[in-house]
Structures are given as structure tokens and as C-alpha cells.
Design a binder for this molecule. Structure first.
Ligand SMILES: [Zn+2]
Length: 132
């Protein structure tokens, strides 16, 4: 169910490499400790350039979603659901991903990332119900 192919850039390359090893990491500022995602060169809070990766629980809550009915890519199955997830580890951060649930998502639902290995160089993050 390949719908698009992300193009890693200078800032996100290592994030994709970590995802390929099933490590969900965000950046943490060395100066003020603010976590951020997606990857960028400097801290949006204090503009410090020093930072390190920090592995976090790949969990969040469903903020919203869309059901796509348009064949953007040949071979993609429609319809499919794209969820917007508020990451628990990074306040204010929203991430997108394919929904992998047996039913539609619900508002505020707890979800957890799962990893969908596409090929040698690309693993995508999907979201599934966290349960419990
Ligand atoms: Zn900072």
C-alpha cells in the first residue's frame, strides 16, 4: 500500500535511518531541552543548534483523519485513511501516517506506531489502536 515516497533531506535523513531500525526518535535541544519534530537544524524555542536524538515511545492520540478516495499513485488501494496524531512525547507536534486498524479511528483515541518496511531504504510509520 505504497502511497508516496518520502524524500529524506539533510535534517531528516538520520530520522529515517532510525525508523528503519524501529527506533522512534525526536530531537531534543541541548540548551533548553525542548523536543521537536520533524527534524530541523535549530531549536524553535531558543535557536540553539546543539541537539541530540532521543528515543521516545511511539505513542499519541488521534487528532483527526481523512479518508482518501483519490488514486494519487498507480497501484494504491482506495479508499485509505490517513491519520493526524498528536505525539505524547512532543507537545504541539502532529505527525501523519497511514491508519492500520480493523475499523475507522476515533477522536482522541490512543494509538501506537507500527513499522512498515517497504524496501532496503524505506520504512514507513503506520498507526494502530493502542488498546487498553
Ligand atoms: Zn532550545
Amino acid at each position: 500500500m505504497m502511497t508516496y515516497r518520502p524524500e529524506p533531506d539533510r535534517d531528516s535523513q538520520e530520522w529515517w535511518e532510525r525508523i528503519a531500525t524501529r527506533e522512534f526518535a525526536v530531537q531534543r535541544c541541548d540548551m533548553c531541552g525542548t523536543t521537536r519534530f520533524p527534524a530541523r537544524a535549530f531549536c524553535p524555542a531558543c535557536r540553539t543548534e546543539a541537539w541530540h536524538w532521543q528515543e521516545v515511545e511511539p505513542e499519541g492520540r488521534v487528532e483527526s483523519w481523512i479518508v482518501n478516495h483519490q488514486p494519487f499513485m498507480p497501484g494504491a488501494r482506495e479508499p485509505y485513511v490517513v491519520v493526524m496524531v498528536r505525539l505524547a512525547a512532543v507537545p504541539g507536534c502532529l505527525v501523519y501516517g497511514n491508519w492500520h486498524g480493523e475499523r475507522p479511528p476515533e477522536p482522541g483515541e490512543r494509538v501506537r506506531a507500527s513499522y512498515n518496511r517497504i524496501d532496503e531504504t524505506l520504512t514507513l510509520v503506520n498507526w494502530t489502536p493502542a488498546g487498553g
